[in-house]
Design a protein around this ligand. Sequence first.
Ligand SMILES: [Zn+2]
Length: 527
Amino acid sequence: MSEQSRRLATRLRAVRRLCGPAIVFAFVLAVTLAATPVPARAVTPRSGPRVSTMLPEPASGPQPASVAVTALLAAPKPGTGLWYWPVGTETFGGWSGWLDSRGSYYHIAQDMPASVGHAVWAIGDGVVWKARSDAGGYGPGGSLGGVMIIVHTTATGQQFRALYGHISGLRYKEGQTVAAGAVIAKVNGCAHLHFSIHPGTVYRDGNMYAGHVPKSWSDHGGFVDPVKFLKTHPRLIPYVPPPVPWTTIPTTTAPEDYGAAAGAAYWTEEGLAGSATFRFDLASGTRSMLTADEVPPPFDVARYPALLLPSPQLGFKVGDRLPVIIASARHDTPVWGAAGRLTGVLSSAAGRRFGGGRVRLERDSAAGWVRVAAAPTTSAGRVVFAYVPPRHTTLRMVFLPPSTQPAARTYLTTTSVSVSLTPHVRLTVPVIPSVVRRGHTVAVTGFVTPRHASGSTCMSLMFQRLEDGAWITASPRALVCHDNGVRSSYRRLVRFATPGSWRVRAVHTADGAHARTSSRWRAFSVR
Ligand SMILES: [Zn+2]
């Protein structure tokens, strides 16, 4: 036993208020298996140290109410970050949390109160890395108890390890996959779950079961605040493609040479008058007969799977495996350097939306399309990107189908409609005296930062006058934009014949490189 372990064991004996009978576990700081980056591969049952830096945890805070039997079975709805929170709540009032002090140790987990026997749910899909019922310190009073470590994945593809401690009745073994929200175990006699997150693959002392780490470890052994982590790293939503939409095409006799291409199905029927070839428009549903000179195009079997209807029906059905991305962007980025929001909706050709479909944002460049970002779609098929255009930029969204899919649910890749974003000219609010004398010449001044390629009369001042409660636009006054790529000033002399309440703003009209943009209004009166 090392000196450090001896000190720790002494500490343990000193702990009096425990979550159960005070059985003090003799402690050995184990240094064994370094964590492997790939969890499911070559898993040895009961691998890893049997003991851990897990101090006995007192039951603190309000005691949880006893749970109904149904709570053991039904997974709660996902909470913040779309995670299933391990005992169904995101509030842990009074219970030991991240970096709570325990002598010379920090608690590197969140204790989640739950009555003995309460279900513990997997926060997301994952692979069980460690599952054992004899880990030191995880039973009542610091005795041996159950712990499970599951490798989960965030929406951005980051893998991390979640530790579920003080459990019993473990339902999964090492190497098994776990579905989001599945019951993995129940809370043991400690009446709370000890839940921690380690985003790395290397454990500082080789002890993946650590519940507390020395305060001298500034990196907290690689553990992070589990609640904050879940709330800031959303869950990966599994890709669930909608069923391929099928169009049924009844025929008069058994169809021959049937298939589809470019939005239309074709087939040949043998009738009393000889053979005839038909065309069926998949969008409109209209059918027509081809003339003797017309030949159907080669069938696109990749996009349009075709199947004969089961006997005794006559006809066939055609699927359409093309997903569509409908992309849009707010074209008027407010100021130079601000991000434009690009929104995409991923759906099948029949309009069914894909959740968890991966969409890549690409930028047009001299070298071709360049990846900018990628993100999965929400359950409503939506994806949102923020992009700061350095210049007039054409972007597109690309659907990335998963590499392995059951054939009937396979969708093909496609590109979206392109979206253009244009950085804007920055305009200040024009300066004009708050009171202007009618008939007198006055100067309107301001600043413009054009940042575009060629100079022109590209700006104007828009004046409006209040008349019967409505703003009436007077003819705009053009301004020359000094296009040297730096902030420059303008000065325009104007004269007003009509007294009243007026306002003015600077407007940069749309041109080849810019969308229209405006400054805020400046109010003044003419007397
Ligand atoms: Zn704890």
